[in-house]
Design a protein around this ligand. Structure first.
Ligand code: RFL
Ligand code: PHB
Length: 393
């Protein structure tokens, strides 16, 4: 057994875990990060693309803002489309804010680079991570490293940044946690293609055939999604089928701009809303997807993970500055307030923009009326924009 000691043990080396480690190390707090996969695997996952301005600020504070400034695209609005008729919601005119298009993969790459520059303690390909007693004042985590050797880390705190399928949430006894969940009866089939984006801003579209989203990574890399049956596999769909379905769902005035090409990545994401409460059990804290999942329609998952990290890092810094545990014990309550706002917005947008299998004609009429309202009411647009750009931290 190899014995290790640190101040904060972070389980999961995705964006939450790396950002937390970086923010803490910037304040002179020691961390160890345990990641199940290789760095290459973590960086191969194509996920989020939209950063709220608050997220960009926190990333800059962590020292990873340079490339966002150079390569990110600032969007001051987005298009929505109902039955092939598009309309624009301006974020700058309604709420005076914007979002930045910059891929999660790139954020994670920059975080890894900064962590490596600081010689962070990151263990990849760890197995059998076991939290001994989260209530103990010196917590222990036992794990197998990549060569199969058993290690024990003793630390003050354990932070669960290990995503929805991780182990940390389940370490909170069932009697001490409550889970809230909604699973949606559809998924998103997403592709990445080396083609210019169809539009200068994102397009969220609803038709009776289902939802479609046109997003981008750069001037020659597009990210598109269509609503699909959740019980299917990406291999079930040809590129040809994808482009035909996408074009059917686009606003009429965008169709001629669509440049199709071979997909370089294709995957299916299930859609779910999930929250566990509370986010603390003894000296174990949950952050990001380990604690909550939102359907990607509102582009909130990564942004919420970053706001959780921000609140928790403040609590940990306050503790190590000798101010006690007050801020830390407020973490769950404060973070959950913002989490539920994003859960509500993501649920609302998902419900409005997708076709549900059992939809009655009445429900379709309500959806169309809601989109019509959004197309013409400045107040409705301000409500949408306020949430989309991110409520204040
Ligand atoms: P992650 O990214 O899942 O990272 C968790 C890490 O923990 C590791 N792990 C373990 N490590 C050690 N021991 C164990 N037992 C472990 N179990 C797991 C995993 O290998 C992994 O490296 O969680 P994190 O860091 O909390 O980050 C959350 C975000 O990844 C997620 O919320 C977003 O990607 C969600 N999301 C979006 N969010 C946005 O803000 N804007 C978007 O535009 C957006 N689009 C999306 C999305 C998610 C999508 N999918 C695939 C669900 C689009 C899609 C399609
Ligand atoms: C993406 O670019 O992958 C993306 C953008 C907006 C969303 C979800 C995903 O709402």
């Amino acid at each position: 057994m190899v014995n290790l000691k640190t101040q904060v043990t972070i389980i999961g080396g995705g964006p939450s875990g790396l950002l937390l480690s970086q923010l803490l190390m910037n304040e002179g707090i020691e961390t160890i990060v345990l990641e199940k996969h290789t760095k290459c695997h973590v960086l191969s996952r194509i996920r989020a693309g939209v950063l709220e301005s608050g997220t960009v600020e926190i990333l800059k504070q962590a020292g990873v803002g340079e490339r966002i400034d150079i390569d990110g695209f600032v969007h001051e609005g987005t298009y929505l489309s109902s039955e092939n008729k598009g309309f624009r919601v301006s974020f700058s005119e309604t709420v005076g804010k914007s979002v930045t298009i910059f891929g999660q993969t790139e954020v994670t790459k920059d975080l890894y680079q900064k962590q490596e520059e600081r010689e962070a303690n990151i263990f990849f390909q760890v197995k059998n991570v076991n939290i001994v007693d989260p209530k103990s004042s010196k917590t222990e985590v036992i794990f197998e490293d990549k060569i199969g050797k058993e290690n024990k880390v003793v630390s003050d705190f354990i932070i669960g940044c290990d995503g929805f399928h991780g182990v940390t949430r389940k370490r909170i006894p069932l009697s001490q946690r409550k889970e809230y969940e909604r699973v949606y009866p559809f998924g998103w089939l997403g592709i990445l293609s080396e083609t210019p984006p169809v539009s200068d801003e994102l397009i969220y579209a609803n038709t009776s055939d289902g939802f479609a989203l046109c997003s981008m990574r750069n001037n020659n890399l597009s990210r598109y999604y269509i609503q699909c049956d959740a019980n299917t596999r990406a291999e079930d769909y040809s590129d040809d089928y994808f482009w035909k379905e996408l074009i059917k769902r686009l606003p009429e005035n965008s169709r001629d701009n669509l440049k199709t090409g071979p997909s370089i990545e294709k995957s299916i994401a299930p859609l779910r809303s999930f929250v566990v409460e509370p986010l603390q059990y003894g000296n174990l804290f949950l952050v990001g997807d380990a604690a909550h999942i939102v359907p990607p329609t509102g582009a909130k998952g990564l942004n919420l993970a970053v706001s959780d990290v921000h609140y928790l890092s403040e609590g940990l810094v306050s503790f190590y500055n000798g101010e006690g545990k007050k801020k830390l014990s407020d973490y769950s309550k404060i973070a959950l307030k913002r989490i539920w706002k994003a859960v509500r917005f993501s649920w609302w947008m998902t419900t409005m923009m997708h076709e549900f299998p059992e939809t009655k004609e009445f429900d379709r009429k309500i959806k169309l009326s809601e989109l019509e309202h959004l197309a013409h009411s400045k107040f409705a647009q301000a409500h949408f924009a306020e949430n989309y750009v991110g409520v204040p931290l």
